[in-house]
Design a protein around this ligand. Structure first.
Ligand code: MTE
Length: 324
């Protein structure tokens, strides 16, 4: 018999009404064969910007089945908040970039896999999507600026992409990079930023069950402002690790320097694991503002995912664990 032990951050079902309402509506639409309509129409669940991906050729893939092993522990953040309160410095260094991000062209889109792999390859995004088993997971999402959301991402396990890449024994890290095109992303004309946006994980982190490649949100293709067509979700880490609009995966022996680390190594580190005890010069990490309610709630170690990931960091010393 399978006994589900409730984790410390989980709450009772009657508290997650908005999440179950969303699932109910999504399932009814799917049963009625209206998934495509849901993906293409604006206004069923949120604002029209969220659905500006209406012409996205992957729209027919959504909604996908939810993997119930991943629950948010709090009600979902309304879609219009998650899709209009964004960080995407390529389109501006403020939160209201959702309109500007519509300039991003999603096709053709290719993803290059190189470095220490058996065979370097460049994949068309639609080929990649057709190879991967898509599912929905509800994850908490905590930014270092001390705000947080709970969102239903669709996508596939990053470990499946690592398996497809077939890294050699030399590969210790997975480095990811965002597209670069100053014509569509005016932020990239700001020469003082170390473009392209770059992030990295150890191979052990990248193959942890929680590491997720996101391709959809709220049962639809991922909106451009949230990092279409492919972004990372590693919910035990701060939001800045969750690189958007990825075009390249490189397997390396050396630990990479990420975008924010390069810019300000005193504030942003490689590990960036959510930790209420980390002293950050600008934002307390002890609490966070839940964007749904506007209230402050205590921040949990590893964003509440300690059971799944704490073992990865046993080897780190206390100083390293207490730094960003
Ligand atoms: N990826 C790219 N390419 N550029 C960015 O500016 N911002 C990061 C991360 N990924 C960023 C990025 C930060 S700071 C956060 S908090 C999250 O994206 C925000 O994701 P969201 O807009 O989907 O909430």
């Amino acid at each position: 018999m399978l006994i589900k032990i409730r984790k410390s951050w989980e709450i009772s079902e009657n508290e997650t009404l908005s999440e179950s309402q969303y699932v109910g509506r999504r399932d009814i639409l799917k049963t009625m064969g209206l998934g495509g309509l849901m993906a293409a129409s604006s206004g069923l669940f949120g604002n029209s910007i969220a659905n500006a991906a209406g012409a996205d050729p992957s729209a027919h893939l959504y909604p996908v089945k939810r993997n119930e092993a991943y629950v948010g522990g709090r009600p979902l953040t309304p879609e219009d908040i998650a899709t209009t309160y964004n960080n995407f410095y390529e389109f501006g260094s403020h939160k209201s970039i959702s309109k500007a991000a519509q300039a991003l062209k999603l096709r053709p889109w290719t993803v290059t896999i190189d470095g220490h792999v058996e065979k370097e390859q460049t994949l068309d995004i639609d080929d990649l999507l057709s190879k991967m088993p898509l599912e929905e997971r509800v994850y908490r999402h905590r930014c270092v600026e001390a705000w947080s959301m709970v969102v239903p991402w669709s996508g596939f396990a990053l470990k499946d992409l690592v398996a497809l890449a077939a890294p050699t024994s030399k590969a210790k890290y997975l480095v990811m990079q965002t597209f670069q095109d100053k014509d569509v992303a005016p932020g990239q004309r700001q020469f003082w930023y170390p473009w392209p946006y770059t992030e990295g994980l150890t191979i052990e982190e990248a193959t942890n069950d929680l590491a997720f490649m996101v391709t959809g949100l709220y049962g639809k293709p991922l909106p451009k402002q949230n990092g279409a067509p492919l972004r990372l979700a590693v919910p035990w880490k701060y939001g800045f690790k969750q690189i958007k609009s990825i075009v390249r995966f490189t397997f390396t022996e050396e630990r990479p320097k990420s975008f924010w680390q390069e810019l300000n190594g005193n504030e942003y580190g490689f590990w960036a694991n959510v930790n209420p005890e980390v002293r950050h010069p600008r934002w307390t990490q002890a609490t966070e503002r839940d964007l749904r309610t506007g209230t402050r709630i205590p921040t949990q170690f590893y964003n509440g995912y300690a059971e799944e990931v704490a073992d990865l960091y046993k080897v780190l010393g206390k100083t390293e664990r207490l730094f960003m």
